[in-house]
Design a protein around this ligand. Structure first.
Ligand SMILES: [Zn+2]
Length: 408
């Protein structure tokens, strides 16, 4: 068991206070702090403190002795740390995205390699050969787009939205796929023509704070504002804001996003846990590369009802089970009366977000406070105790026998 320090990502969409306050950093220059990464991703590995004078990158530490850190089973199955653990502070909306399945990622990665597309080329779709399912657990009220609306709901949206009358027969005839393909392939001038009247109607209400975050008009206007209120080159991601489910999560609620489910984070703070991958196909709300044919190939074109998870509570721990073998996330809340005792199946990362706690193994005790993280190796037994309330989040690998779905 060692203390671990993650890496901050200063993406422009990030907020300026949440992550600095969590980590105890003075951000007087108001830099955006978008993400805090805890993991072994080669582009930003965490640093492990083996002693006061010696730090080692997490990918190197695990690479030197995978079976010890990951456990035999996880080492054999994944070869390295299967997950990437993050804290996100979303101030401005993130791009609409879809992640490929494992099989499709392997094919796409090989295809781009064969075609000689450089790994860092801006139009490269596949950065690795891994899938990227993700689970997010809200730390604040959190807003996101998640999957297409079910047919009845989407029909209602199209009927009620004056600007979408020409799209209504397309959906009636060709369903989710035909509708989405149509708007994603429209010439930009047609996008501007369709969306301008809708935005012109909504913008005055947005400016006086009359639009609710539970409706699409609010986020459409926020997108327009991000484009400096410019009615030329309107982001076609606005169609998706109307076609997808808008989900509000309260603190402690989580949602899982598997392969093909289109999604976009709109606003709030969360804990995010995903497979160790960077494969993203984008569909709007972005200046980055959009490959429409590739996006259409991997998007799940069916209406879904978002499945919000409240977790399974067992003593001090609330676990959020996911239908993948790569990861699971939990909240651990301890106090004077309730401690947590556990044996790690595989390598675990613990982040403390509130209070102070003691983490004790048979051979050592680490005192941790808000913002600190700890790495625990496979098979290690430990307890977490605290004199007053402390809150921690844990990333781990589910015991393999517990996974029924998604065998590779
Ligand atoms: Zn995503």
């Amino acid at each position: 068991m060692y203390k671990l320090t993650g890496k901050v990502q200063h993406y422009a969409w990030g907020g300026t206070t949440y992550i600095p306050q969590l980590l105890g950093i003075n951000n007087s220059t108001q830099q955006p702090y978008a993400e805090y990464w805890m993991g072994a991703h080669a582009s930003a590995p965490s640093l492990v403190e083996q002693n006061a004078n010696h730090h080692i990158a997490l990918n190197e530490l695990i690479g030197n002795n995978p079976a010890q850190w990951l456990g035999e089973k996880t080492a054999a199955r994944f070869g390295g740390l299967p997950y990437l653990f993050k804290v996100l502070d979303v101030k401005d909306m993130l791009s609409i995205q879809v992640h490929p399945s494992k099989t499709e990622a392997e094919k796409g990665f090989a295809r781009e390699n064969e075609a000689g597309v450089a790994l860092n080329a801006p139009h490269r779709n596949y950065k690795d050969d891994n899938h990227k399912p993700e689970v997010m657990l809200a730390l604040s009220d959190f807003w996101l787009l998640h999957g297409f609306k079910e047919s009845a709901l989407l029909l209602q949206t199209l009927r009620e939205t004056e600007a979408f009358q020409t799209l209504l027969p397309v959906f009636e005839k060709e369903g989710h796929y035909g509708l989405y393909k149509q708007v994603m392939e429209l010439p930009q001038a047609a996008v501007d023509n369709l969306l301008s009247p809708l935005l012109q109607e909504a913008e005055p209400l947005y400016k006086v704070g009359r639009l609710s975050k539970s409706g699409p008009a609010y986020w459409a206007c926020k997108t327009l504002a991000a484009n400096n209120g410019n009615y030329n080159n309107i982001d076609r991601g606005i169609f998706s804001i109307y076609f997808f489910n808008i989900v509000q999560l309260h603190p402690g609620q989580a949602i899982f996003q598997g392969a093909g489910v289109p999604h976009a984070y709109l606003e709030g703070q969360n804990i995010e846990l995903m497979s160790n991958s960077d494969n993203v196909l984008r569909g709007g709300l972005t200046l980055k590369h959009i490959d429409v044919p590739e996006l259409l190939k991997h998007t799940l074109f069916e209406g879904i009802i978002p499945q919000v998870m409240n977790g399974e509570k067992n003593g001090a721990e609330t676990v959020y089970h996911c239908p993948v073998p790569d990861f699971e996330v939990s909240n651990i809340t301890v106090n004077k009366l309730s401690a947590y005792r556990h044996t790690a199946f595989s390598v675990e990362i613990l982040l403390i977000t509130e209070g102070e706690a003691e983490i004790t193994t048979p051979v050592q005790t680490l005192h941790v406070k808000k913002g600190e993280a700890v790495l625990v190796g496979a098979s290690e037994t430990y307890t977490i105790g605290a004199g007053t309330k402390a809150v921690l989040y844990k990333a781990g690998v589910p015991e393999q026998d517990a996974i029924i779905n998604n065998k590779p």
